[in-house]
Design a protein around this ligand. Structure first.
Ligand code: ZN
Length: 564
């Protein structure tokens, strides 16, 4: 009977009058790398009645914000100061739990300094576009990261270890000798060779495609019939459209085609431009656009970045790349048309789907509608009635999809192996420590980066996860709750991560309080045991006042799931 009552009280979020709720926040070294900063921010955290912090202690090319024998202390820390040690003391004095945050997959630094200079072979192969990643397929990398995380747990009185970027950048990655060999041993056949020099090729791609060609000549198609590559002549000029997001997916066949095209355009480092429209920049984070810039540079045509204000200076006959420019205003559309008619060249990559209604853009691209977003494995084949792309050997899509499924299974296994190793080591070292992870909030997206967090929870090699549901759309958050609760009906091991910032005009600003409030209401309605905020830099006075007088008015102890 007694146990029964206690269980009931716990389920209601109270324990003998005391509130139990996870009220966490992520913080960067910029908020605790000096004694003054840490003091200041901890006071704010305590005033807001938060009770768990997740400080970043390892990232940026393998540097640490704690004393480690394995990694150097970050350069921006005052000589002799121990940021994590200091933070743990300050936090614990106020009853705030500390979970040390490690960034596992993403390197976060230039390859010319940091850990990769000592261990160049620790870098993942096959990614590109300016991002570098660890090859978690290599046992040495996993062992290093495990030892580092356990070193931190051993030497500091932290309450837990927190994984982040515990994944890859995609699925088509790392065909290094080690990974190929290990895969062949496990599965009995070699993985796909991703080095097709000619189409057809099978790729895992995201696309905001244009469709319904009018004057455009289709050079290649996706296997569901939508054009993949088109070329459109317009008087003296020309526009080529690559109808998907190209960066981050090695495709030699495409690289070869684009190199040939750029040469034909007479493109050089001096007369190649990349136009990012102000409208697109205001609405989107330009990650894909930046990757496209790096890609074109790697192909030998480094583009000069411009916006509309610089269009008048673009010389006649130059080449302008527009990658992921979903929004183009009518005036710029008109400029593009006259630029092309006058002998200019346009390279569209993942085309202007949201502005294709403008007639000048339809005339430049030679296509007239948007054809529906997709993210999928697609075979891209040369069109039959063209002679630009010479076809290579045929691709058996069904067979290749099966091989790829196994490859993805293998890549996900390498990530899970690191999770298992840290979990096992942590529990041995400190059975009371919590092992948790920031994860992609939709299962479909997590699967696309080899992050099997549902599997980790099922297997029991992760205590709880913090899905990063930073969306501003509450209907998306509602869908996420549905998905999470199907798996974990009482939300015992899923603690939502919510954002307290928004992007406005390309800048991160504190999120509208009404939106923060409505998302906390949704958490309560879905019986969560708390949430985390991203991130501390946006915890302003207004939000502190709102939390400490509203939803967090009563101080609480941090919730944790029952031990298995
Ligand atoms: Zn590898």
């Amino acid at each position: 009977m007694k146990t029964h009552l206690l269980t009931l009280l716990l389920a209601a979020g109270t324990c003998l009058g005391e509130t139990v709720q996870h009220r966490g926040i992520w913080l960067h070294p910029e908020q605790f790398k000096t004694p003054q900063l840490a003091e200041e921010w901890i006071a704010k955290i305590a005033t807001a009645h938060l009770n768990a912090i997740y400080p970043l202690v390892w990232h940026r090319g393998g540097t640490a914000w704690f004393k480690s024998k394995l990694s150097p202390m970050a350069g921006d820390v005052p000589e002799g100061f121990d940021p994590l040690g200091n933070l743990v003391k300050l936090a614990h004095a106020r009853g705030i739990a500390v979970h040390a945050w490690f960034v596992n997959g993403s390197y976060g630094g230039s390859t010319t300094n940091g850990l990769f200079t000592q261990h160049p072979d620790w870098q993942l192969q096959g990614d590109r576009g300016g991002e570098t990643w660890y090859d978690l397929g290599k046992p040495a990398v996993r062992e290093f990261q495990r030892d580092l995380m356990l070193e931190c747990l051993k030497n500091y009185d932290v309450d837990g270890l927190h994984f982040d970027y515990i994944r890859y950048s995609g699925q088509v990655i790392c065909y290094c000798d080690h990974c190929q060999h290990e895969f062949a041993q496990k599965y009995g056949f070699r993985p796909l060779n991703r080095s097709e020099e000619r189409f057809p090729a099978m790729l895992d791609i995201g696309s905001n495609p244009l469709g319904k060609p009018t004057t455009a000549k289709v050079l290649a198609t996706f296997d569901h019939g939508v054009p993949a590559i088109t070329v459109n002549r317009l008087d003296a000029g020309e526009a080529v459209l690559v109808n998907w997001q190209v960066a981050g997916h090695s495709c030699l066949a495409l690289d070869n085609f684009v190199k040939e095209t750029m040469k034909r355009f007479g493109a050089t480092a001096k007369n190649t431009y990349q136009l990012n429209t102000t409208q697109t920049a205001a609405k989107y984070r330009l990650t894909e656009q930046e990757k496209a810039r790096v890609w074109l540079k790697e192909l030998g045509f480094p583009p000069r970045l411009i916006d509309e204000a610089a269009l008048a200076k673009v010389p006649k006959g130059a080449t302008v790349m527009l990658a992921g420019q979903y929004l183009i205003n009518e005036e710029t559309a008109k400029w593009l048309e006259s630029f092309a008619r006058d002998g200019g060249h346009c390279l569209f990559v993942d085309g202007p789907v949201l502005s294709i209604k403008h007639a000048p853009l339809q005339r430049v691209t030679g296509l007239r509608v948007s054809a529906g977003f997709f993210h999928d494995w697609k075979v891209i084949s040369p069109a039959p009635d063209q002679d630009v792309l010479k076809p290579g050997p045929p691709v058996d899509a069904t067979k290749e999809r099966q091989r790829m499924e196994k490859w993805v299974e293998y890549r996900a296994w390498t990530v899970t192996e690191l999770v298992r190793a840290v979990y096992k080591g942590a529990k041995k070292l400190k059975p009371r420590a919590w092992v948790n992870a920031a994860v992609f909030y939709k299962k479909e997206s997590a699967d696309k980066v080899c992050q099997d967090w549902y599997g980790w929870l099922r297997e029991g090699c992760m205590d709880y996860v913090l899905p990063m549901a930073y969306t501003e759309k509450n209907e998306d958050l509602a869908k996420a709750f549905e998905e999470w609760r199907t798996f974990d009906p009482r939300m015992e091991r899923i603690i939502p991560g919510l954002s307290i910032y928004s992007r406005r005009e390309g800048k991160a600003v504190p999120r509208d309080l009404g939106l923060v409030r409505s998302q906390l209401d949704m958490c309560r309605a879905n019986a969560t045991h708390g949430n985390l905020f991203f991130s501390l830099a946006y915890l302003n006075d207004e939000l502190i006042r709102f939390l400490s007088t509203g939803p967090f008015v009563k101080p609480a102890k941090p919730y944790y799931p029952a031990k298995p």
